[in-house]
Design a protein. Structure first.
Length: 146
């Protein structure tokens, strides 16, 4: 894939993978879908301490965290409604990187001023053969890879 930068073994970065108009269109679609599945603030298992990041999900399953633990579930933890479909642009990106089958879950994180995500491992997935894809829209940020 053109424009790919190897950051570390098995970790790649594509700067401006989506054009500015494509990013704007995707952002508009994400904001529209968040009307159905509003952002909420998950809490840490056990302690109940709120995340500084607000989250939502798209797809058949959504990743959630509450006092009972981390898991994937089919419904929004606040509204109890089903998650909206993953935007086509994100499914296309998934297919380009991972092929079939389509993605089942798309976690949406919103980092407002002062919000941050600590170093962690994405390891709740049963099948680890597919890549974890992160797409950032908006302000610049520092991402740690370890």
């Amino acid at each position: 894939m053109t424009g790919r930068i190897a950051v570390a073994p098995g970790i790649f970065l594509w700067r401006e993978k989506l054009s500015p108009p494509a990013q704007k269109a995707l952002l508009d679609e994400v904001l529209e879908k968040l009307k159905t599945a509003p952002l909420y603030r998950p809490v840490m298992p056990g302690t109940g301490k709120a995340f500084s990041v607000e989250e939502s999900n798209f797809g058949a399953l959504g990743w959630v965290s509450d006092r009972d633990g981390y898991r994937y579930q089919a419904t929004h933890p606040v509204t109890a409604g089903a998650w909206p479909a993953i935007p086509d642009a994100l499914q296309a990106l998934w297919a380009e990187i991972n092929g079939d089958p389509p993605a089942e879950c798309c976690l949406v994180n919103l980092y407002r001023a002062g919000a941050r995500m600590g170093l962690h491992q994405d390891r709740d997935e049963k099948d680890v053969s597919a890549a974890v894809i992160g797409l950032s829209l908006g302000d610049e940020a520092l991402f740690r890879i370890g």
